[in-house]
Design a protein around this ligand. Structure first.
Ligand code: SAM
Length: 338
């Protein structure tokens, strides 16, 4: 927002000065006159006057900046119909705002407005989805410097990442925190779809020893960087590989107390993974499920995957992580095995 100016004059000269400023063509009649000292007032002007005698020109700070996106877009001339289609939510990841602008009019203006409204950010990205087996984001710079590499801080954990290369789900925050809270010091954890360390980092910071597997080279590079950045290099072992190959290749007798499977197709990998779960161990199996199929579908998928193995399920609980799409939820099944 550009600065709003006001010309300071003696109170007794208010009317005369307004007339003179109006005659000069700089009086701003959309804002009010305000007191700025015991004997002076400030008269709003559109630019510093040259013909009218004033004491000084100051910035008018009585006018608060618009606080909401609709307020600001309204000031920029958006019609009511356009405002109805403006985004109502966005996410801040480090120094970047992520916003969906599908069906939104004037997306560049939305970007500029978010840049002006959201503190501490320098780039606004339009986010249209996550695609492919490596869960790569589809983004486009809407406003700002266009620097997509950033460091996101969450409960003391630092996630360095490039939002044009790897995904980050702000909606998974509670689940990332929960994973850090669930582990005991010294627990052995396997994270089969580690990404940049979404779950590995909070768990390692909480005292777990983590084996983290990620096959996407870009995500893996950030995983390694983040392990060092968070001071957990001594307790995290990283593999750039397909998790199935890593599980198959573990030395006989290798087991983990907990396995985190943060991928929507995790149930397809579950049977193989159970081979390395210690007796009494827990697996966190992520999935997407229509709300009307909860909790049966995700628990049934876990039971089916376990059929034919020598393991039995001891207990299962389903948690909603976030809304995935209309009527569909990202869920996680916490399953413990005998
Ligand atoms: C959905 S992302 C991780 C999501 C993360 N758990 C979160 O909460 O935001 C899944 C990751 O698993 C990786 N991935 C997919 N299949 C894999 C496999 N077979 N082995 C290892 N990594 C895999 C992808 O590259 C991606 O980085």
């Amino acid at each position: 927002m550009t600065e709003q100016l006001a010309a300071v004059v003696q109170k007794a000269r208010t009317e005369v000065a307004i007339d003179a400023l109006r005659a000069e063509g700089v009086y701003d009649d959309e804002r009010g006159v305000f007191e700025c000292g015991p004997e002076t007032v400030a008269i709003p002007v559109t630019r510093p006057p040259v013909a009218t005698d004033v004491r000084e020109v100051v910035v008018d700070e009585t006018r608060t900046a618009p606080e909401t996106l609709p307020d600001l877009l309204g000031e920029w001339g958006w019609s009511e119909a356009e405002l109805d289609r403006a985004p109502t939510s966005w996410a801040v990841v480090g120094s970047v705002v992520l916003v969906r602008v599908t069906d939104v009019p004037r997306p560049t203006e939305v970007g500029e407005a978010l840049l002006a409204l959201v503190g501490g950010v320098d780039t606004v990205l339009a986010h249209s989805g996550i695609a492919g087996p490596h869960r790569e984001p589809e983004v486009e710079v809407l406003a700002g410097e266009g620097d997509t590499e950033t460091v996101h801080r969450e409960h003391g954990t630092e996630y360095a990442l490039d939002l044009s290369e790897v995904m980050f789900s702000p909606g998974n925050q509670a689940e990332r925190t929960r994973m850090g809270e669930r582990v005991q010091t010294g627990e052995r954890v396997l994270d089969t779809f580690a990404g940049i360390g979404y779950f590995t980092l909070p768990m390692a910071r909480a005292g777990a020893t983590v084996t983290a597997v990620e096959r996407n080279p870009a995500a893996f590079a950030y995983l390694v960087e983040n392990v060092v950045r968070n001071g957990v290099a001594d307790s995290v072992e990283t593999y750039r590989a397909d998790c199935r190959e890593i599980v198959d290749g573990f030395a006989a007798g290798t087991t983990f107390d907990r396995v985190v499977m943060g991928h929507y197709d995790a149930h397809g990998y579950l049977a193989d993974t159970l081979a390395v779960l210690a007796p009494g161990g827990t697996v966190h199996v992520h999935a997407t499920t229509p709300g009307k199929l909860l909790p049966e579908r995700p628990t049934r998928r876990v039971r089916r995957a376990v059929d034919g193995t020598d393991r039995t399920v001891d207990s299962m609980a389903v948690r909603r992580v976030k809304t995935y799409s209309e009527g569909v939820f990202h869920v996680v099944v916490d399953a413990t095995f005998e």
